[in-house]
Design a protein around this ligand. Structure first.
Ligand SMILES: O=C(NC/C=C/[C@H]1OC[C@H](O)[C@@H]1O)c1cc([N+](=O)[O-])cc(O)c1O
Ligand SMILES: [Mg+2]
Length: 214
């Protein structure tokens, strides 16, 4: 039977990227998505904004919602200081299997814990299961109708502290209107928009950076 797009993306990484070299993994995926098959990675343009937010923050505890093939996982983990940890949640088992191999090819498995399952099931278990107090940085890139309920769930579970930064992908395309309203007009966040483009296209999209006020 025909291979899947994530499988073909992984093959491109294994063919063109150097083991243990995260930048070459990022470049191989961007080249594949630009010249072979579009895929829903955050991409190089929004990825540079993601890089600058992570580099400025130097987070110890990071949560990513929506791993997909592990592209943003690699982008974030490559910038983390020694001892820092990234937990990434992926609901789809096939995506998770590909992402594990992409993360391993980049040589970042020691910094990353990939958890298969639903965010609403795992967020309430972060403290007892992973020994997490609070997160310093959260990257939201999973199902768009889960951004708001999962943000409220993280608040309720005490996983956010004063200064925790949420960075949300796709706030224009596909769009997350309920989440945007909450972080921009609610009382709990200081929020700002980084205008960019939908990965590998000319369509507008952007990232919303929201600091929890505690
Ligand atoms: O649905 C998107 N992301 C959510 C992914 C959902 C699926 O992958 C992870 C989750 O477990 C689910 O199986 C998405 C969609 C577009 N798009 O242009 O349609 C662009 C993006 O950057 C996106 O993150
Ligand atoms: Mg996205």
């Amino acid at each position: 039977t025909r291979s899947t797009r994530p499988q073909r993306l992984l093959k491109a990484v294994q063919k063109h990227a150097t083991r243990g070299d995260p930048q070459s993994v990022i470049s191989a995926i961007d080249h594949f998505c630009r010249h072979s098959e579009w895929a829903m990675n955050v991409g190089d343009e929004k990825g540079s904004i993601l890089d600058s937010v992570v580099s400025e923050l130097n987070p110890e505890k990071v949560l990513e919602l929506g791993t997909y093939c592990g592209y943003s996982t690699v982008r974030i983990a490559r910038l983390l200081p020694p001892g820092a940890r990234l937990i990434t949640l992926e609901f789809n088992a096939d995506y998770a299997a590909i992402a594990r191999q992409v993360i391993a090819w980049a040589g970042l498995e020691d910094k990353v814990q990939l958890v298969e399952g639903a965010s609403e099931d795992w967020i309430p278990r972060m403290k007892e299961h992973f020994g997490i107090e609070t997160f310093d940085f959260v990257f939201l890139d999973h199902w768009k109708d889960r951004y708001l309920p999962d943000t409220k769930l993280m608040e309720d579970c005490g996983l956010l502290r004063k200064g925790t930064v949420l960075l949300a992908d796709n706030v224009i395309c596909p769009g997350v209107p309920d989440y945007l309203e909450y972080v921009r007009n609610g009382l709990f966040y200081k929020s700002c928009y980084f205008k960019s483009h939908l990965e590998y296209t000319k369509a507008e999209d952007g990232l919303e950076k929201s600091v929890f006020l505690g």
